[in-house]
Design a protein around this ligand. Structure first.
Ligand SMILES: Nc1ncnc2c1ncn2[C@@H]1O[C@H](COP(=O)(O)OP(=O)(O)OP(=O)(O)O)[C@@H](O)[C@H]1O
Ligand SMILES: [Mg+2]
Length: 496
């Protein structure tokens, strides 16, 4: 071996770097104490190139932050995936750059490895791996890697991993795909309430979930209709089948048919080779959730009605009928009965949807739920933002319990989250100022007292009627009015 003459002061540093890069097994146990400058420089250059190849390779999207969440490195692949400008984002906080879904700043505190979390940024869904970078026992920062450009890549991986079938014969990979794409997220216990009306609805759902009858959920915006729809599927025997949500308001009228019923190859210019199944077909064996069902244009309503009646679909441009085994859950915040009266909704479709109808009461009718919901929302925020907020101060709590909540639980979530964003990092209590700044700016419904009382009366009568399954005598008894007076009010308020 050549005799080394120059002692290099950074030898330990190089030694550690080499060990770190190559691992103890690969790292030859013969690194000398004395080393030539030329050899040292060459090694540093090699390591730099290796790191550069690792971090800047075009196949992996890498971002590194310090423990607070400030970006210290981001590679070109990550930037082109997210549309970010490398120079502009260095030094900025990830929350501002990637949005509220990011968890890198949180891992800087928890130091926990998160192998594969679903992540949404820049209108893209991906799966992210995040872990703390620990060098010499000290936390250096946090590394985030996006594993898939889109979930399709994940499905390709699952499909290619045929060996998994042998290892896990029970867990069919197709089910994994279904699970990821079309699955219900919430169960009954995720619906927070101690209100007797909601408890009764939960019981009704438990029994109705066992049939395949269509369920119509209605009620004001933000009351939790979506949660109930998911929970119905989870309670049903179809729980292992798909749960396919369709936002009827978001599909342009021209595409509604092909989205819902699919199309065959060559059905129209631009149609995919091999055709495409529609949402109904994808929901076969499971549940289809027709959200915002009041927004379906009147011309398209007849087509939906046909499917509900015949229990089969025809793809656009297709020649055969495909039988369907699908449970339909629909939701709306519109008054379909009013719409049907005015000719804006087909009565025949309404009758088909309205087999089991469930009205989710607004939050102002169950203000007793507000404290429970506040705690639930604070817990959720603590988890996702790594905070330790314990409570809302009594004054604010009182005011929140008295507010009329036109936006229901969604508004309550927004009020709490907005207050959380404005308090100092170490604070454990949300105070009235922060909370009420937001809620007090909400405009009151400007209607006369008479109209307000009538509105309440109508809602209450309807709730009792549903409660008694439209038993007139029982309803009249609960309301302490005569049956004749009840009939008069039903007709006056056009209650159906
Ligand atoms: N009882 C509840 N417990 C916990 N969270 C709730 C509850 N009700 C509603 N939420 C939350 O409130 C928000 C609004 O609920 P959801 O989206 O289900 O409302 P919606 O009735 O479908 O409203 P819209 O008619 O506007 O679509 C969601 O974030 C949901 O998680
Ligand atoms: Mg909804």
């Amino acid at each position: 071996m050549k005799k080394h003459t120059n002692r290099i002061s950074s030898i330990d540093y190089l030694d550690n770097l080499l060990k770190g890069c190559l691992g103890n097994d690969l790292y030859p146990n013969i690194v000398p104490q004395y080393i030539e400058r030329e050899f040292f420089e060459k090694s540093v250059k090699n390591i730099t190139s290796l790191l550069d190849a690792l971090l800047n390779n075009p196949f992996e999207k890498v971002i590194i932050t310090d423990t607070e969440g400030n970006i210290i490195f981001i590679n070109e692949a990550y930037c082109s995936f997210t549309g970010l400008n490398r120079k502009e984002v260095i030094g900025k906080h990830v929350l501002h750059v990637l949005g509220k879904d990011t968890r890198l700043h949180i891992i800087g505190k928890t130091l926990k490895y998160e192998p594969c979390g679903l992540f949404h940024t820049a209108d893209k869904n991906t799966v992210a791996r995040r872990y703390p970078l620990i060098v010499g026992g000290k936390v250096f920062g946090v590394l985030g890697k996006d594993l898939f450009d889109n979930l399709d890549d994940l499905f390709v991986m699952a499909k290619n991993a045929e060996g998994l079938h042998k290892l896990f014969p029970v867990q069919k990979l197709t089910t994994i795909k279904l699970d990821l794409q079309n699955r219900a997220k919430y169960k009954l216990s995720d619906i927070i309430s101690k209100d007797p009306k909601i408890i009764e609805i939960k019981n009704l759902i438990k029994s109705a979930a066992l049939t395949t009858s269509t369920i119509l959920l209605y009620g004001d915006t933000g009351v939790g209709k979506e949660l109930f729809a998911h929970a119905i599927h989870k309670e049903s025997k179809r729980v292992n089948g798909p749960f396919v949500r369709v936002n009827c308001a978001a599909i342009p009228e021209a595409l509604l048919e092909s989205e819902l019923f699919g199309y065959d190859e060559g059905a129209f210019t631009g149609a995919k080779r091999g055709g495409k199944p529609g949402k109904f077909e994808l929901a076969h064996g499971g549940t289809i959730f027709l959200d915002e069902v009041g927004e379906i244009p009147i011309h398209s309503q007849v087509k939906i009605l046909r499917v509900l009646q015949e229990k089969e679909i025809e793809r656009v441009g297709g020649i055969k009928s495909i039988p369907l085994d699908v449970r339909v859950v629909a939701a709306t915040n519109r008054n379909l009965w009013d719409m049907a009266e005015k000719g804006a909704y087909r009565k025949d479709l309404l009758y088909r949807l309205n087999v089991v109808s469930i009205m989710i009461p607004p939050l102002r009718e169950r203000l007793g739920d507000v404290p429970l919901l506040i705690n639930h929302i604070i817990d959720k925020c603590n988890k996702s933002f790594d905070l330790d907020i314990k409570e809302v101060c009594p004054k604010a709590q009182k005011q929140l319990e008295r507010y009329h909540w036109p936006g229901n639980v969604r508004e309550l979530e927004a009020v709490i989250e907005s207050a959380i964003n404005r308090i100092s990092r170490n604070s454990k209590t949300l105070h009235s100022v922060a909370l009420l700044e937001k809620s007090e700016t909400k405009p009151l419904q400007r209607i006369s007292l008479k109209d307000f009382i009538e509105q309440q009366e109508k809602e209450y009568i309807l709730a009792v009627l549903q409660n008694t399954l439209w038993n007139m005598e029982e309803t009249a008894a609960i309301l302490s009015i005569s049956p004749a007076s009840l009939y008069r009010r039903i007709s006056k308020y056009n209650i159906r």
